[in-house]
Design a protein around this ligand. Structure first.
Ligand code: PMP
Length: 466
C-alpha cells in the first residue's frame, strides 16, 4: 500500500471535539421512556449518555436532531452499505410508492432480486425471501431440519445469528459460565427452555480437533452446523482454512446441512463471503445489504435442499409464509442497491477497510499501545490487544476493556466519528481516502489525549489473563 493511502488527514473532526450538545436528544429520550421499555426499541441502541436521535443523512454522514454531524462507521450495523440515503434507491422507492406498497401476490421485483443472488453466488440456485436476518436464520435452520429429519444444531461459541432461540445459545458466554473444557451450552435469557440448550451443540472457534470430536459425537442428531466465517460478536475473527476443511468433511460424512450466515458478511465481496473463503455451504442466510436499506432476509441454496420450500406439488416439507415476505418495497430497494454493488465498488470498499486496519496498526505502533483491528473487506473491529485474537475466548472483552472501548468510541463521537464500542464497524461506498485519513487522525488524537491510556490498556489485558 502506498504511503499516500495511509496518510492521516490533519483536519479536525466534524464536531467540536470537546463535548456534544444533545439537548433535543435528551428531550426525546425522556418522552421515549414513558412509552418504550428503557426508552428504546433495540438493545443495540447506545446511550451516550442518551440515544442520539437522527434527523437525516447524506453520503457517508448522519445528522442528528441537535445539528451534530457524524461520519458513520456503524452503517445501521453494516446494512447501510451505500450510506443511509442512496439517491437511486430513494428514486426507485418513490416510483414504487405510487404503485402500491404490498399485495398478497408476487411482483417481478422478487424474481429480479432472487436472480441477482443466484447469478452472483455459486452455492445459490434458489432463493426464498423473509423480512429480517433473524427470520433468514430461523428458516435456514428449519429447512435443514425438514431436509434431514433431525433437530439439533451446532454453532460457534460467541457467534451471533439473531433472535431465534437455538442460535442464541452461548452467544454471550462469559468466563463465569463457559466452563473449563468443551464449551458449555449457556442460556441467553432467564427461562430459555432446557430442551433448546440440549439441542444446541457449541463448538470452540478455530479449534479443529476438538470441534471435530464434538461434532462426530453428536452427528446422529445434528440437522445443521451454522457458521459465520467472520463472526462479528465473537470478535470479527476469521475461520481458518483448516477449520473450514473440517466442516466440509464432517458435514459430508454425516449428512449434516452446512449453513453460512452471511447476514452481515455478504458485504465481504461481490460473490459473498463463503465463496471468498472457499466454504461450500448448502444454505446461505442473507439480510442487511441485500435490502438496500429496507427490512429483508433471504435463504438461498442448492435446488435439492431448497426444495423443502416448494409448495407447487402439494404440501411442502416446510411451510414458509409471511405477510410482508418479498414485499415490493424491499425487493425494489434491494435490487436497485445491488445493481450499484459492482466488483469495482467492492474493490473500493475493501481498500478503505484495508486502509483503516493498516492505519490502526500504525497508531498502535507509534503510541506503543496494545491495540489492533480484526476483520476483513470493509469491516473492522478494534481490540485492546497486541495481536488479533483467533478465538472467541481470546477476543472476549472483559469489563476494564469494555470501559476503555466506550471511552474511545465516545471520544470519536465528540469529534464527529461514529463507531460501535462493542461490535464491528464498517466503511461505506460514499467514503473517501480522506474520510479514512481524518478518522485515523481523530483516533490518534483520542488515544493521545486519553489519560493513562497505556497503563489502563495494560491493566485491561492483565484482567483477561486472570
Ligand atoms: N446474523 C448476523 C451475523 C447478524 O449480524 C444479524 C444482525 N446483526 C442477524 C443474523 C440478524 O439479523 P436481523 O437484525 O436483520 O434480524
Amino acid at each position: 500500500m502506498s504511503d499516500s493511502t495511509l496518510q492521516e488527514t490533519a483536519k479536525p473532526g466534524h464536531n467540536s471535539g470537546t463535548t456534544l450538545t444533545l439537548d433535543q436528544s435528551h428531550k426525546n429520550y425522556e418522552t421515549a421512556q414513558s412509552v418504550l421499555p428503557g426508552g428504546t426499541t433495540r438493545a443495540t441502541i447506545k446511550r451516550t449518555p442518551v440515544p442520539i436521535y437522527m434527523s437525516h443523512s447524506e453520503g457517508a454522514y448522519l445528522h442528528d436532531v441537535d445539528g451534530n454531524r457524524y461520519l458513520d462507521f456503524v452503517g445501521n450495523y453494516t446494512a447501510a452499505i451505500h450510506g443511509s440515503l442512496f439517491p437511486p434507491v430513494a428514486e426507485a422507492l418513490k416510483r414504487q410508492l405510487d404503485l402500491g406498497t404490498c399485495y398478497a401476490n408476487p411482483t417481478e421485483w422478487e424474481i429480479k432480486l432472487a436472480g441477482v443472488l443466484a447469478d452472483r453466488i455459486p452455492a445459490v440456485d434458489k432463493v426464498r425471501f423473509m423480512n429480517s436476518g433473524t427470520e433468514a436464520i430461523l428458516f435456514a435452520v428449519k429447512a435443514a431440519r425438514a431436509y434431514t429429519g433431525k433437530s439439533a444444531i451446532a454453532k460457534l461459541e460467541g457467534a451471533y445469528h439473531g433472535g431465534y432461540d437455538w442460535v442464541e445459545v452461548s452467544e454471550s458466554s462469559t468466563p463465569e459460565n463457559w466452563g473449563e473444557g468443551d464449551p458449555v451450552s449457556t442460556p441467553y435469557y432467564e427461562g430459555m427452555p432446557r430442551s433448546v440448550l440440549e439441542d444446541t451443540v457449541v463448538l470452540p472457534v478455530n479449534d479443529v480437533e476438538n470441534s471435530r470430536r464434538i461434532l462426530e459425537a453428536n452427528a446422529d442428531r445434528l440437522a445443521c452446523i451454522i457458521v459465520d466465517i467472520m463472526p462479528s460478536r465473537a470478535g470479527l475473527i476469521r475461520l481458518r482454512p483448516d477449520y473450514i476443511g473440517m466442516l466440509h468433511e464432517v458435514t459430508k460424512a454425516h449428512g449434516i446441512v452446512l449453513i453460512s450466515d452471511e447476514v452481515l458478511n455478504f458485504r465481504y465481496s461481490y460473490h459473498g463471503i463463503s465463496h471468498a473463503f472457499g466454504l461450500k455451504p448448502d444454505l446461505i442466510s442473507f439480510g442487511k445489504v441485500i435490502g438496500g436499506g429496507l427490512p429483508i432476509g433471504a435463504v438461498g441454496g442448492s435446488n435439492e435442499v431448497m426444495s423443502v420450500f416448494d409448495s407447487s406439488q402439494g404440501a411442502p416439507k416446510l411451510k414458509q409464509g409471511g405477510t410482508f415476505a418479498a414485499n415490493p418495497l424491499s425487493m425494489v430497494a434491494g435490487y436497485t442497491s445491488m445493481q450499484y454493488l459492482t466488483p469495482e465498488v467492492f474493490d473500493h470498499l475493501n481498500a478503505l477497510g484495508d486502509q483503516v486496519r493498516t492505519g490502526i496498526a500504525m497508531i498502535a505502533r507509534d503510541l506503543d499501545l496494545q491495540l489492533c483491528a480484526s476483520g476483513g473487506g470493509s469491516i473492522f473491529r478494534l481490540h485492546l490487544l497486541a495481536e488479533e485474537p483467533t478465538g472467541y475466548r481470546a477476543a472476549w472483552t472483559p469489563p476494564k476493556a469494555e470501559t476503555l472501548m466506550k471511552e474511545i468510541a465516545s471520544g470519536l463521537l465528540t469529534r464527529g466519528y461514529m463507531i460501535p464500542s462493542d461490535s464491528s464497524a464498517c466503511c461505506s461506498v460514499p467514503m473517501t481516502d480522506d474520510d479514512i485519513g481524518s478518522f485515523l487522525s481523530a483516533l490518534r488524537d483520542v488515544l493521545t489525549n486519553m489519560p493513562d491510556a497505556k497503563a489502563r490498556i495494560e491493566a485491561s489485558v492483565a484482567e483477561r489473563a486472570t
